[in-house]
Design a protein around this ligand. Structure first.
Ligand SMILES: NC(=O)c1ccc[n+]([C@@H]2O[C@H](COP(=O)([O-])OP(=O)(O)OC[C@H]3O[C@@H](n4cnc5c(N)ncnc54)[C@H](O)[C@@H]3O)[C@@H](O)[C@H]2O)c1
Length: 316
């Protein structure tokens, strides 16, 4: 199968490409222009095993300037992960970046799929489309993003639906909940905590630290994503991909103390803008349609991320 992964040099995209290449029948074309705030050296590290793989090709291109007619072939499968992620940096003048890459980039891809009949497009969306909710959220919950980032990702979802209805593009939407593990983005909480731990700085915590997240280990997220490849029953569906465990930020810091044997100092840095107090995925639809079953506990997953990031900070 010929599979295109946009955002292939990113945190989730690089793991997804590796997983897809485990199946000998797959050829993977990874598109990533190393666009966002993460350093290029980190993107190249993410792709370390991919770049020498005989069935992987990297296109170092920006989706906004790309000629899709030269890349896309009939019956391709596309995982569309390229985006500018991150809630906190989506305010102010940065918003332009989010509009360009998350909205316009998606719309251009959908335009190309109008003329080239692809097999399937899987769009990576986010729990940020839900906003503040109490209890578990199902896919038909009301959508009220709290941040400009969430607005751009929700617009991407709407564009997918509009093109699917008008042009018959076969699409499935996945909503990821806080993904973590090796290669997690430097702007994400666990990565920032571990960086501070290495540099012996206080751990910056927004709010009172009692906010909770549904944390999804990267391998679980990737398994759920790959399962969305097969079956016509998934077309037009939107599916939550949540994790095995929820925890508060303070509980995560306690776990880090336990794993490292170090006492950590916390620096409370005020309330964040645009972030819900709690996220909690109802994953019954994923269980039913994708046979999804997240397996990795927070302690195991955090330990694996810790190991990877300790290696990273030894390398730099
Ligand atoms: N990481 C999470 O917890 C999380 C949660 C919910 C949703 N998501 C979604 O999953 C996807 C991947 O997230 P991630 O954490 O791996 O982010 P990431 O920043 O590590 O990866 C995204 C990649 O897309 C690339 N990119 C952006 N715009 C591009 C363009 N115009 N042309 C070519 N490449 C471009 C970037 O260079 C980057 O490498 C995103 O769509 C994000 O919104 C992530």
């Amino acid at each position: 199968m010929r599979i295109i992964v946009t955002g292939a040099a990113g945190f989730i995209g690089s793991h997804l490409c590796e997983r897809l290449l485990q199946e000998e029948k797959n050829i993977v074309i990874g598109i990533d222009g190393c666009i966002d705030h993460t350093q290029r050296s980190i993107k190249l590290r993410n792709m370390k095993t991919l770049l020498n793989h005989p069935r992987f090709q990297w296109l170092d291109e920006n989706l906004l300037n790309m000629d899709w007619n030269k890349v896309l072939l009939k019956n391709d499968v596309i995982f569309h992960l390229a985006a500018i992620p991150g809630v906190r940096s989506s305010w102010g003048t940065n918003f332009q970046l989010y509009v360009d890459h998350n909205i316009l980039g998606t719309q251009r891809l959908l335009e190309a799929c109008k003329t080239i009949p692809i097999k399937k497009l899987i769009y990576a969306s986010t729990s940020s489309v839900y906003g503040e909710k109490i209890g578990k959220v199902t896919e038909d919950s009301d959508l009220s993003p709290l941040s400009p980032y969430g607005v751009t990702k929700l617009t991407g979802e709407h564009l997918c639906k509009v093109y699917s209805e008008n042009d018959g593009i076969p699409i499935t939407i996945l909503r990821y909940f806080t993904v973590y593990g090796p290669r997690q983005r430097p702007d994400m909480a666990f990565h920032r905590f571990i960086e501070c731990l290495v540099k012996k700085k206080p751990i910056p915590v927004y709010g009172d630290g009692k906010q909770t997240r549904d944390f999804t280990y990267i391998a679980d997220c990737v398994e759920g994503t790959v399962s969305a490849l097969h079956g016509d029953h998934l077309l037009g569906e939107t599916i939550n991909i949540g994790g095995k465990e929820r925890a508060s930020i303070l509980e995560v810091i306690n776990l880090l103390e336990e794993l490292t044997g170090q006492k950590l100092t916390i620096d409370f840095i005020g309330k964040p803008r645009g972030e819900p107090r709690h996220t909690w995925a109802d994953i019954s639809k994923a269980e039913q349609l994708l046979h999804y079953s997240p397996k990795v506990s927070l302690k195991e997953g955090l330990q694996l991320e810790l190991k990877d990031l300790l290696d990273l900070y030894k390398e730099v």
